[in-house]
Design a protein around this ligand. Structure first.
Ligand SMILES: [Zn+2]
Length: 119
């Protein structure tokens, strides 16, 4: 049937998978939004090596970038600070993956329910 191409997934299998994901979310440590990025930059001094040809950029600098009120906010971190937040950023990425999988399961359930509109 058009629009419902995938094989039906048994409800018990979906429920089991949902329980596994929910347990994984419960076990996650604190999530921190944003990402760690290594940057190399130029400065304002036109005589500096960073403006030479070829340029020798400053850095690398570790930066933590995230969105605050729809604007990108960047903070420069030292190695210890970056090491401290890396696992928290990993938690947030894992949380997004798990949430996305939960949504996929719900879509499968709706798709397999003839009483529901085809999502
Ligand atoms: Zn420079």
């Amino acid at each position: 049937m058009a629009g419902r191409p995938n094989a039906r997934v048994p409800k018990a299998a979906i429920d089991r998978r949902r329980a596994v994901i929910t347990a994984a979310i419960t076990a996650l440590g604190p999530p921190l939004p944003g990402s760690l990025v290594e940057r190399r930059t130029t400065c304002g001094n036109q005589c500096c090596r960073c403006h030479a040809d070829p340029p020798q950029l400053h850095g690398p600098y570790l930066t933590w970038t995230r969105k605050v009120d729809n604007k990108t906010v960047t903070r420069t971190l030292d190695t210890a600070q970056a090491d401290a937040i890396r696992p928290l950023l990993d938690n947030a990425r894992r949380l997004r993956e798990l949430t996305s999988e939960l949504e996929t399961l719900t879509l499968q359930q709706l798709r397999d329910d003839p009483a529901q509109p085809d999502p």
